[in-house]
Design a protein around this ligand. Structure first.
Ligand code: ADP
Ligand code: MG
Length: 557
């Protein structure tokens, strides 16, 4: 009790660095702007890619989240931007550059006010209100694509996917990949597991050699002698999925055996052989024509199956085995005893096919149909890697659009419209808040402006035209025309984005800006600085800033 009564004396460790007040806020804002500047040029269909070289190799990417992750930012405040890019990536899958740009622009607009001594909380309050109004407005403007026929819906979804892909390296083939993505997403139906869509990368060939398998495909696994004698194609085979080794194992690893007579040794060896033959027999008796196992299938088993016209593959990855399981309706067995018919899967066609330099095991026409695999082809490794990331974005977008099927016009159209709406609203507010809401509205224009800058257009000119058009009342859908450098009806040109991308981006960017504006002190503990990576740990999203004064260093996230 008495200890609680004592006044607390706060002492910082030697070398602890604290910076406070306005200077600190301004420096945080500058750091965030610097981060946004690195991804700025990647926005939009004419955006540039970034080549990032680190100890893990070289990555070429246009994806905001990927770039932010690889940049390895250590500035504590700027890390918040990395976080929102990541969360945008996992929540909606697209709009990662957008969210970073918006957040930094919100802060940049706030900078003059902070310099003039405006209390951040007045700013934050106005920003929050403006953010909510913006989101409300996006929801109002969103157009539903519900109630269309399947064919119509398909082509609408393909357009959403094409918009996402148009900013990527594979943008040149966007129609080709967009329809592939839509087919893949529709194939898995309403299942939420993203890993039901597999993407397999096979270097070589051209992009157009990529194809979609309505089922599962995976690279031929390591196999033993005898494999070539196995049949490589089946119609309606039964598929047995295992999680056991089918290998001749010396049982000394499992048991200790004491012999009194050397002659008994032979019986031990025989027993070992009997165990494996027994297992193999049971596999064959199950009636399965295809045996897959997550663990090794040895040479003895391979030959045994070959003699009985059965196909086998060992060391199938967990993920692939799961996908075969959900596609074929089979269940993975951990024992070969009592394999009943119900646990066997099936598919219409199984085939082993040559794709480029690789051989693929392909299961198509699966009964539950809930899987799809995209086999990606292309020149360089980095290229295929980036293509995979781009397809991931497109897949996410189509899934979003299928789920909450509302879209908004892209190309900066929606941003301009919201901006206009907020400006109008600002006029009705009395007091300082008017300026802040206005600044928020102005910040939204960063999207069309950046799209122009990246395409080499005169941004001021295009923005003026856009403002005029939107003010005229009937131009709500007008955005940047990326082909001519003028303005065009984005909606009519099918530059669409799912509404949820914008909603999430505005929400996350506003939150991040408010969070960083609410921090006015950073405490750097020399110890945590030396522990790599921890130095940057910031107080998290609590919003309350940092309370690291106790000399205990900072909270870890
Ligand atoms: P993000 O990581 O934020 O998704 P992108 O590089 O994918 O960034 O760019 C997305 C922006 O590009 C969106 O604002 C979208 O509306 C715009 N965009 C995409 N395709 C076009 C197009 N054909 N014409 C104009 N704008 C487009
Ligand atoms: Mg995108």
């Amino acid at each position: 009790m008495s200890s609680m009564m004592q006044p607390q004396i706060i002492l910082l460790k030697e070398g602890t660095d604290t910076s406070q007040g306005r200077g600190q806020m301004l420096s945080n804002i500058s750091a965030c702007t610097a981060v946004a500047d690195t991804v700025r040029t990647t926005l939009g269909p004419r955006g540039m890619d970034k080549l990032i070289h680190d100890d893990k190799g070289t990555t070429i990417s246009n994806d905001g989240a990927t770039i932010m992750r690889l940049l390895d930012i250590i500035h504590p405040a700027a890390k918040v931007l990395v976080d929102i890019a990541k969360s945008q990536d996992s929540e909606v899958g697209d709009g990662t550059t957008t969210v970073v740009l918006l957040a930094s622009e919100f802060m940049k607009e706030a900078k003059p006010y902070v310099e003039d001594g405006v209390h951040p909380h007045s700013l934050i309050r106005s920003y929050r209100i403006a953010g909510n109004m913006a989101i409300q407005r996006v929801k109002e403007l969103a157009v539903s694509i519900e109630g269309k026929s399947l064919e119509e819906k398909k082509s609408l979804l393909a357009k959403c996917a094409a918009t996402t892909l148009s900013s990527k390296l594979i943008g040149g083939e966007k129609e080709f990949f967009a329809s592939m993505v839509v087919d893949a997403v529709l194939a898995i139906g309403h299942d939420d597991r993203l890993n039901l869509i597999g993407i397999k990368k096979v270097p070589g060939g051209t992009m157009r050699d990529s194809f979609l398998v309505n089922g599962v495909a995976f690279k031929k696994t390591f196999s033993y002698a005898g494999f070539e004698q196995q049949p490589k194609k089946f119609l309606n085979p039964k598929i047995l999925l295992l999680n056991i080794e089918l290998e001749l194992k010396s049982e000394k690893e499992n048991a200790e055996i004491r012999l009194s007579d050397p002659l008994q040794y032979q019986s031990i060896v025989d027993a070992e052989w009997n165990i494996i033959y027994d297992k193999l027999d049971k596999c064959v008796q199950s009636g399965a024509k295809i045996v897959l196992s997550r663990l090794a299938i040895g040479d003895l088993a391979t030959q045994y199956f070959a003699d009985r016209d059965i196909f086998c593959a060992g060391r199938v990855t967990e993920e692939d085995l799961q996908r075969v399981s959900s596609a074929s309706g089979g269940t993975v067995q951990t024992s070969v005893n009592n394999v009943i018919d119900e646990v066997l899967g099936t598919c219409e066609v199984f085939e082993e096919k040559q794709v480029g330099n690789e051989r693929f095991n392909i299961f198509s026409g699966c009964p539950s149909g809930q899987t799809a695999t995209i086999v990606l082809r292309g020149g360089a490794d980095q290229f295929i890697e980036e293509a995979e990331r781009s397809l991931h974005d497109a897949i996410m977008i189509v899934r979003r659009a299928v789920k909450n099927s509302t879209v908004v016009p892209g190309g900066g159209a929606i941003d301009m419209e919201i901006s206009k709406y907020l400006r109008q609203h600002a006029r009705t507010i009395a007091g300082k808040s008017q300026f802040f809401v206005n600044s928020f509205a102005k910040a939204l224009e960063v999207i069309p402006r950046q799209l122009c800058d990246n395409a080499g257009f005169d941004a001021t000119d295009v923005l003026n035209k856009l403002r005029q058009k939107h003010a005229s009342g009937d131009g709500a859908n007008y955005g940047v025309d990326i082909n001519t450098g003028g303005i065009a009806d984005s909606f009519a040109n099918f530059v669409w984005e799912p509404a949820v991308v914008k909603i999430n981006a505005i929400n996350a960017a506003t939150e991040a800006a408010c969070l960083i504006l609410s921090v006015d002190e950073t405490v750097k503990n020399p110890k945590s600085e030396s522990a790599q990576g921890d130095a940057a740990a910031m107080g998290g999203r609590g919003g309350g800033g940092m309370r690291g004064r106790g000399g205990r260093g900072m909270r870890r996230r």
